[in-house]
Design a protein. Structure first.
Length: 77
């Protein structure tokens, strides 16, 4: 999962329960990754990892750029 410019790429990702998603900051601006039950630091580089357990669509956004939104869709393993 890339954090590029003011986008998450891809904006929607499908994983199976128990999988870990890694976001990689590839631009130069500060962003974070905030969902209902996960939150990265505001950072300019580096990575953030979260393991998705609950099935369904998990929406998240960057709190600095409200138009930056993404979804991780978790299916049964
Ligand atoms: Cu952002």
């Amino acid at each position: 999962m890339g954090v590029i410019g003011n986008d998450f790429a891809p904006a929607s990702l499908e994983v199976t329960a128990g999988e870990t998603v890694t976001w990689v900051w590839e631009g130069s601006a500060r962003h974070d990754v905030v969902g209902d039950d996960f939150r990265s630091e505001v950072q300019r580089a580096g990575t953030y990892r979260h393991t998705f357990v609950g099935e369904g669509a998990h929406h998240y956004a960057c709190t600095l750029h409200p138009e930056m939104k993404g979804t991780v869709v978790v299916s049964a393993p």
